[in-house]
Structure formats: structure tokens, C-alpha cells
Design a protein around this ligand. Structure first.
Ligand SMILES: [Zn+2]
Ligand SMILES: [Zn+2]
Length: 356
């Protein structure tokens, strides 16, 4: 089989590898598609992975072989599965910090999603893999993992409950209109139908797509203050979600959060990046700053329900579909912000869909 292996210095190459064999409790998937994620880009860009690594964790595949003892899946079924599963028992898991559990870091997909075949380890088969209903396209299902990460962050923002009548509508700011920023918009809409969302991005085409997808305002970073003032009726934003990871932007936008509001840090920042914030803006005004990392099985379950019911449709976020052999091109497109979500497929040929 062919797989995209990291060869160092940010470069990857398509190489031949033996097809792994499914042993007890495991399943072998034939790749249908795998999303290229910001985390993959970060790892490539920072040279933070050993040579030989096969990245990719947002995948849908078809069951090609079943290990002994697997009865929950059938050959030919379409399956979505995440790469990480927490142990559920350690002191971090017990306290709700499952994504920080040391077992969670273990990659349960071998060799990785950017490969023609993927072995799914026993724990992921038993706890995390899901057969897809015919109504759910691959281009939606690959968002199960990234959308779970977003949902975890939204939970941490402590937005006002949906059923409390408010004098001014709940308002959120999302920094960045890339695929993760837009996924925040879609999830916020799915669980808080009345929420008002102001987004910012320096790229005009991305702002336009944010508007098409339902943002109440999509502006350049400079225009945010006016938009938030208007949308929140002077209250300020209940939450700011940062999908960019640049301190200057966060520092500028933080004061647009309301008293008692929150800042949710979702993005990778360059190593050593620091925030300079006025302590009293946090202490005296009861603002909170929270980090959110990855997502759990519970959040994936909720995302799956939202997608199955049609309340969440992330498919417009897929801008490109490229075969594995064009992986390097996919990395360039994403790094140069010329794409939203790119799907890598085993097949030949290049396709573009939707806006970019
Ligand atoms: Zn990801
Ligand atoms: Zn644990």
C-alpha cells in the first residue's frame, strides 16, 4: 500500500509500505478520505515529529478486514474513528481532563490517516469507531473529531443557557475564518440557535464565506469593536474564541469581551508566545481565560448526534479534494491559506469544491 511518510524538514513523501494485518479486536480500514488538520500543519512546520511518521487523524474508511472477536462491524461498512481515546480511570480522567490523560496521547491508528489502509487498534474499535448511516456523507463525518474539539471549547466558555430569556442576545466573537473558525460558527449556531456571532479575518474571501454560513458580522480585525458593540447591544461579547494563536490579536480583542465573559484559547501558538493582559481586566471584571485541547468520546457522541439530525452540516467547509500523492500540494495550499478543509483521498486526480 502507499502512505505519506514524513521525511524531515517539513517534507513528506508517498512510499510503499506493507498492508498491516488486523489481529484480535482490531479492524483494517481502506481509506476513503482523511482531512488535513491544523495540528498536522503545525507538526510539519515545527519539525516536531520523528521521520517516518504518517500523519492524519480525521478519517473515514471502509472496513477491509476484521480481527478475531470483532462483531460490532461488518466488511464494507463505512466507519469514522478518532486517533485518541483516554483511559477513563487515571486521576486526570477522573477530574474531567481526559484529553490530558497520558494514555490519550497514544495513536490508535496505524500507520496514520494519510495511508491507503489504516489499522484501528482494539481500544479505538471497542470505544470510539462508528459505522456511518447512509445519510451522512464522508465530507461531514471527517469533522467528528475536529468538531468535538470545538464543542469542548464552547462548553468551557460558560455561555448563558439557551432557555433563559435575555434582554440582549448572547454574543460570541470568533477570531479567524479558517475551517476551525467557521466550524465554531456552525457549532455555536447548532447548539445556541439565537446566538449572534462576530468573526474576524484579514482575508476578504474568508469573511464572505463566514457571512454565507451565517455569521452576523464578518470583519477585518479593526472592524470588530463596532460590530460587537452593535450585535451585543453594548453588553460586550459573552465569549471570545481564538482560532488564530497570535498574542497581538488576542490582546486587542480581549477587552471586547463583556464583564464576566470568557476567552477560550483553541489555537497552536508559536513556542514562547506570551500574552500581555491587564490583570485588573481579569480580576475586577471576573473574566476568565481557558485553554481547550482536543475532544473526548462524549463530545464526539454529541457531534455525531448533531450531524445525524441535520443540525450541524460542516460539508461546506471542504474546499479541496486531493489524492495522497499530492499531499505536499495540500500542505502548501493550507499553509498559504488558499484552502479551508482539504480531504486527501487514495484516488487519482484533483477536485475543488465549494469556496476556498
Ligand atoms: Zn485535527
Ligand atoms: Zn486517563
Amino acid at each position: 500500500m502507499r502512505a505519506v511518510r514524513y521525511v524531515g524538514q517539513g517534507e513528506s513523501r508517498l512510499v510503499e509500505m506493507p498492508i498491516p494485518e488486523a489481529t484480535e479486536g482490531e479492524i483494517l480500514l481502506r481509506l476513503r478520505c482523511c482531512g488535513l488538520c491544523g495540528t498536522d500543519l503545525f507538526k510539519l512546520d515545527s519539525d516536531a515529529i520523528p521521520k517516518g511518521t504518517v500523519l492524519g487523524h480525521e478519517l473515514v474508511g471502509t472496513v477491509a478486514a476484521l480481527g478475531s472477536g470483532v462483531s460490532a462491524f461488518e466488511l464494507g461498512q463505512r466507519v469514522v474513528v478518532p486517533h485518541h481515546v483516554a483511559c477513563g480511570e487515571c486521576s486526570l480522567c477522573q477530574r474531567g481532563s481526559e484529553t490530558l490523560c497520558s494514555t490519550f496521547r497514544e495513536n490508535l491508528l496505524f500507520p496514520g490517516g494519510f495511508s491507503e489502509f489504516i489499522l484501528v487498534r482494539k481500544r479505538a474499535v471497542a470505544q470510539a469507531a462508528r459505522a456511518l448511516p447512509a445519510s451522512m456523507p464522508d465530507a461531514a463525518a471527517i469533522f467528528m473529531e475536529p468538531a468535538a474539539c470545538v464543542l469542548r471549547g464552547i462548553d468551557k466558555a460558560n455561555l448563558p443557557a439557551v432557555d433563559i430569556p435575555l434582554k440582549a442576545a448572547t454574543t460570541a466573537i470568533v477570531l479567524g475564518c479558517g475551517s476551525m473558525g467557521l466550524l465554531h460558527l456552525l457549532l455555536l449556531r447548532a447548539i445556541h440557535p439565537e446566538i449572534r456571532v462576530a468573526m474576524s479575518d484579514p482575508i476578504p474571501e474568508r469573511r464572505r464565506l463566514a457571512e454565507v454560513l451565517g455569521a452576523d458580522a464578518a470583519c477585518s480585525p479593526e472592524g470588530l469593536a463596532d460590530a460587537v458593540e452593535r450585535l451585543s447591544e453594548g453588553v460586550g461579547a459573552d465569549a471570545v474564541f481564538d482560532t488564530v494563536g497570535h498574542p497581538d490579536i488576542v490582546e486587542k480583542v480581549f477587552p471586547l469581551s463583556r464583564e464576566g465573559g470568557s476567552l477560550v484559547l483553541f489555537a497552536h501558538a508559536r513556542p514562547g508566545a506570551r500574552l500581555a493582559l491587564e490583570l485588573n481586566d481579569i480580576f475586577k471584571h471576573e473574566r476568565q481565560i481557558v485553554g481547550t485541547y482536543s475532544g473526548t468520546l462524549a463530545e464526539q457522541r454529541r457531534v455525531f448526534t448533531l450531524m445525524s439530525s441535520g443540525r450541524l452540516d460542516p460539508t461546506p467547509l471542504v474546499s479541496h479534494q486531493l489524492p495522497l500523492q499530492n499531499f505536499q500540494r495540500a500542505v502548501e495550499l493550507a499553509s498559504q491559506q488558499k484552502a479551508l478543509k482539504i480531504l486527501l483521498t487514495p484516488g487519482e486526480g484533483e477536485g475543488t469544491r465549494g469556496a476556498s
